[in-house]
Design a protein around this ligand. Structure first.
Ligand code: GDP
Ligand code: GDP
Length: 455
């Protein structure tokens, strides 16, 4: 059986692959220098999570997509932080906590050549309290002789230690098989159990944009419904707040309320925290400080949220401070710097005065609606047919690639698969995305379009 030259099974497989929902998250934790980043490199199969020999290298990127045995998942690397910033214990605990909180399973890395240290024991405590599935990697077992060292790590009480050499790849296949056994198919911890529960919002933005001010403004004492305790006994991590008659869950608020004052490494903590919050949320409210120039750091945060496929609202904060001149330049900056989220609803707010706070919820609802939009296949193909007839792909090498049919493979965010008779150029794909948005809305949501070409 075939559809316009495509094998039916191939079509189904393509739709299934493209339509995956949010991916489960694996956090790789452990004290410095045990080989976390090296292992992450192995897992993602690329040299992207560059391992640097010099300490104190800060990285912005902390989450990566990986695939093993046909299953896709996300990996959060906590290896990019500096060990001299605080006492080692304190910094290990902080970085591990954020990552564990946002994870569906944890890969705990121990240096088998050193054995279990007090710091390792401290991480074990965190893992126990969090109650998430754990796989124990006994790293730096480069040869047979190291196996005995690995076996001593049974003492950590986390079950079987998997001896691996992240450097050479020894044992990593078995380790990943175990990871897949422990990792839920979908992100149950953060998504599955919340079906029908309050919608989850992450407030993100670079330091001093006004996240905690905004949180305090929306969480007027009487409107905070409940404070949920995290696995640990420290602070509330997620807060339920009633807005516009609806209860919302603001995730990772401890990271907002409790300011970690660090010099070196602060950027990395901020990135890790943002990544963790975004993973746990359905919608990200990205704050921009309008009194300041829109920066590369703002853009990185936006990119993180877009790449994670979350619904997005942009809140331009500190509107009370704007004079006419700054406003003029701000609008220019928005045009040039915010193009990647030109589809996101925008609110101009002041966390200080409360200006336009009432517009926040409608914007969030709009973004979530766009995020969940499903276009019926018939409507999509009618639209594609007209589009392709009116604007065919340019002829290349005497051939004209044609979109034969398409389908929406998934939502949250909307994912489309287009089946074509030839390669579609990037410019044409962007054109399709633009027209899809014009036709069907998708306000406040990234959309994914993948193209399958007939062999
Ligand atoms: P992280 O701080 O936990 O992310 O550790 P890194 O991945 O940066 O590794 C710390 C050091 O241990 C680097 O010099 C790595 O090359 C080295 N290393 C990592 N994995 C192995 C391994 O399996 N065997 C050996 N011999 N060295 C390793
Ligand atoms: P965070 O680091 O993103 O949590 O930012 P904060 O909420 O701590 O705010 C940083 C600074 O900006 C503080 O001095 C706030 O008082 C100030 N701020 C926050 N929102 C506003 C606002 O809407 N207008 C003005 N004028 N100042 C604000």
């Amino acid at each position: 059986a075939s559809e316009e030259g495509f094998d039916t099974d191939d079509v189904e497989a393509a739709i299934e692959e493209a339509g995956h929902g949010p991916l489960p998250v694996l956090a790789v934790v452990g004290r410095p220098n045990v080989g976390k980043s090296t292992l992450v490199n192995r897992i993602i199969g690329r040299r992207e999570a560059v391992v640097e020999d010099r300490p104190g290298v800060t990285r912005d990127r902390v989450t990566y997509e990986a695939e093993w045995a046909g299953r896709r998942f996300k990996v959060v690397d906590t290896g990019g932080w500096e060990q001299d910033v605080l006492g080692i214990d304190a910094s290990v605990a902080t970085q591990a906590e954020y990552a564990i909180e946002a994870a569906d399973a944890c890969l705990f890395v121990v240096d088998a050549t050193v054995g279990a240290t007090d710091t390792d024991e401290a991480v074990v405590k965190l893992l126990r309290r969090a109650g998430k599935p754990v796989v124990l990697a006994a790293n730096k077992v480069d040869g047979q002789s190291g196996e005995a060292d690995a076996a001593t790590l049974w003492s950590l009480g986390l079950g079987e230690p998997f001896p691996v050499s992240s450097l050479h790849g020894r044992g990593t296949g078995d380790l990943l098989d175990e990871v897949l056994r422990k990792l839920p198919e979908a992100p149950e911890q953060t998504f599955g159990k919340a079906v029908g529960g309050p919608r989850r919002i992450a407030l993100i933005g670079r330091p001093n944009v006004g996240k905690s001010s905004l949180l305090n403004k929306v969480a007027n004492e009487d409107r905070v419904v409940v404070n949920e305790l995290a696995g640990t006994t420290r602070d509330p991590v997620d807060e339920l707040i009633e807005l516009g008659g609806v209860t919302w869950k603001f995730v990772d608020t401890a990271g907002i309320r409790k300011k970690v004052h660090l010099q070196a490494g602060a950027d990395y903590y901020a990135s890790l925290r943002t990544a963790a919050a975004v993973e746990k949320a359905e919608v990200a409210v990205i704050l921009i400080d309008t009194t300041d120039t829109i920066s590369v750091q703002d853009q990185r945060i936006i990119t993180m949220a877009v790449e994670s496929g979350r619904a997005i609202v942009i809140a331009y904060n500190k509107w009370d401070e704007l004079d006419e001149e700054r406003r003029y330049y701000l609008e220019r900056e928005i045009e040039t710097e915010m193009q990647q989220v030109s589809w996101a609803p925008r609110v101009n707010v002041s966390a200080k005065t409360g200006r336009h706070m009432e517009k926040l919820v409608p914007a969030i609802e709009t973004a979530l609606a766009g995020w969940e939009t499903r276009v019926p296949t018939g409507r999509l193909n009618a639209f594609l047919g007209e589009l392709v007839a009116a604007h065919p792909h340019p002829i290349r090498g005497g051939k004209q690639p044609r979109i034969l049919f398409g389908t929406q493979a998934g939502t949250k965010p909307p994912r489309f698969v287009l089946f074509a008779s030839g390669f579609l150029e990037a410019g044409y794909r962007r054109f399709i995305e633009r027209r899809l948005r014009e036709e069907f809305g998708f306000e406040g949501t990234p959309i994914h379009i993948s193209v399958r070409v007939r062999e």
